[in-house]
Design a protein around this ligand. Structure first.
Ligand SMILES: C[S@@+](CC[C@H](N)C(=O)[O-])C[C@H]1O[C@@H](n2cnc3c(N)ncnc32)[C@H](O)[C@@H]1O
Length: 253
């Protein structure tokens, strides 16, 4: 039986680590760290910094691996993602078998919170469903959504209203739903451009929790162009961007 801890590490600031996460870090023998995306150097640096700073109790190994890349979506988005997850599950199985000795604990350091737009839990479930003997626990982390709300000093919901968390892709395809507040993540293409801006308010944040953090908020009609310009400039300067935003009707800013 292999053992693993899935540890939420917060959204960019090492101070986001909870006491529970620090205790969990100190139980890990082998950290399995995916190399992925064009922001991999910055993210890998943060993970190393977290381990250097918080692991005090024991020696550990760090195994970096190349995460299989998602194929271009040809037929269905869901089918493509399932195939991609199956490829990652095979990689995880090999790593857990070859790199983690019996009785040792593996650690996955997951950006933000593991329950939110992250595939690690689904992939470990796939592994277990396929018969791989694995026991794991999840340590929640501070998500980029919580950091966005804190940095803009706003509650996520209007009084008695619901919140929808969605992706840029879905916002562009379906527009706004019925929720009083909509949080948009994974938006590579300024999906807020697809909605009617009149009467909408936006709280936008990029690189939240890091030294490069950028915050813009205001009536969507007034700040949409500014966000687009600032986002393009920041992305060009740094080579990558991670941004999240909250949209709601102007009456409840
Ligand atoms: C793959 S999802 C991971 C979300 C993560 N599990 C969480 O709890 O925040 C990546 C998306 O999260 C958002 N995100 C993560 N970290 C961020 C940050 N520091 N600043 C702004 N947005 C961030 C962006 O929308 C990005 O496209």
């Amino acid at each position: 039986m292999r053992r693993a801890l899935i540890i939420g590490i917060g959204a960019g600031d090492p101070d986001h680590l909870t006491l529970q996460a620090i205790k969990a870090l100190n139980q890990v023998d082998v950290f399995l760290v995916a190399r992925k995306g064009d922001h991999k150097d910055d993210l890998a640096r943060l993970r190393r910094e977290i381990c250097d700073r918080f692991v005090t109790d024991r020696p550990y190994r760090m195994v970096a691996f190349d995460q299989p890349r998602r194929e271009d979506v040809s037929t269905s988005y869901t089918a493509t993602v399932h195939q991609w997850h199956a490829a990652i599950a095979r990689r995880f199985e090999a790593l857990l078998t070859d790199e983690v000795r019996d009785g040792e604990c593996a650690g996955f350091l997951v950006w933000g919170d593991p329950s939110l737009y992250d595939s690690t839990l689904r992939i470990l479930d796939t592994l277990k469903a396929g018969g791989f003997a694995l026991d794991y626990d999840i340590i929640p982390g501070i998500s980029s959504v919580q950091v966005l709300a804190a940095r803009h000093k706003v509650p996520l919901n209007g009084i008695g209203e619901s919140i929808e968390i969605t992706t840029g892709r879905r916002l562009a395809e379906r527009g706004l739903g019925d929720a009083g507040s909509t949080i948009v993540m994974l938006d590579g293409a300024l999906a807020f451009r697809a909605i009617e801006p009149a009467g909408m308010y936006i709280h936008w944040g990029a690189y939240l929790g890091t030294q490069d953090e950028i915050l813009i908020s205001g009536a969507l009609e007034e700040v949409a162009d500014e966000i687009a310009r600032v986002r393009a400039e920041a992305r060009a300067a740094k080579g990558w961007i991670m941004d999240t935003y909250l949209l709601r009707k102007l009456k409840t800013p």
